[in-house]
Design a protein around this ligand. Structure first.
Ligand code: 0L1
Ligand code: MG
Length: 262
């Protein structure tokens, strides 16, 4: 690691203040170009520690930068990982207060809920599918704390991969009942289709993103516990939203979920 504990804590405080006060900032690598990936995840862990200390509960985990298009755009070959706390959870069909966010965007995703813990290294699609209780549609609301969504990989990891809100709903399905590579999705904004795709856009198979998360956690001696909800990552580019917008995600064979920006 290149940064000391005080700097990590100060960076987490800065990013959390932006989130709570709904204002943006420049990317943190502008100030600390020497920071490494361990530092970036340490800032993210400190953000989680601060939220838990204030009484928030962990509500799930997420993979980000998962679509091949977005990875190419960012010049990366592997997803990034983050967390969601209970205040990020929007009820199925519920409302998001847009004034609490800086410049929100939505992403169509497949959510996994585990019945068994997953431990890497060595985790693969087969282990993920065997450990999954069900999958269901999910919409992630991302809201980078960086000005104009301009960041590099380390800065965005530290900013908890832009996580802000999420909704899950629709028809939970056992993973054996569906081919997650070919499952089709349509996301609508105000009744108009704005994003189309198939599960394979997420690193070839959405379960691969979950295996990569298990392997990354395994490298530092951690597992994904049974019962964890995980967003496997955006199937398409994110779509900008504003107050008044209604967003619905339809996933083939899994029904729909939606939310409204007020
Ligand atoms: O969930 C995501 O794919 C977002 C990852 C961070 C990059 C961004 O904010 O676009
Ligand atoms: Mg996402």
């Amino acid at each position: 690691m290149a940064l000391n504990a005080d700097t990590i804590a100060a960076l987490a405080e800065r990013l959390e203040a932006c989130q709570l006060e709904v204002r943006d900032t420049h990317k943190i690598t502008d100030d600390f170009p020497e920071m490494d990936f361990q530092d970036a995840y340490a800032v993210q862990a400190e953000l989680l520690r601060r939220k838990l200390a204030r009484g928030r509960k962990l509500a799930g985990l997420k993979a980000g930068l998962t679509s091949f298009a977005k990875m190419k755009q960012m010049g990366v070959t592997s997803p990034v990982f983050g967390f969601m706390t209970d205040d990020y959870l929007v009820p199925h069909g519920g409302e998001v207060t847009t004034a609490e966010l800086i410049h929100p965007k939505v992403e169509p995703e497949i959510a996994f809920v585990l019945k068994k813990a997953l431990t890497g290294p060595g985790c693969h699609i087969g282990a993920v599918l065997e450990a999954t209780e069900f999958v269901l549609p999910g919409i992630e609301v991302i809201d980078s704390r960086y000005r104009d969504f301009k960041f590099d990989l380390k800065s965005v990891i530290a900013d908890n991969t832009s996580a802000a809100r999420f909704v899950v709903g629709g028809q939970p399905l056992r993973p054996s009942g569906i081919d997650l590579r070919t499952v089709g999705i349509v996301m609508e904004k105000n009744g108009e289709p704005v994003a189309f795709g198939a599960g394979a856009a997420v690193v070839g198979h959405p379960a691969t993103a979950i295996a990569m998360l298990a392997n990354q956690l395994g490298a530092r001696g951690e597992s994904i516990p049974a019962g964890t909800l995980i967003l496997s990552g955006g199937i398409t580019e994110a779509v900008s939203v504003a107050a008044g917008d209604h967003v619905a995600l339809h996933v083939q064979g899994m029904g729909s979920t939606s939310l409204r920006f007020v």
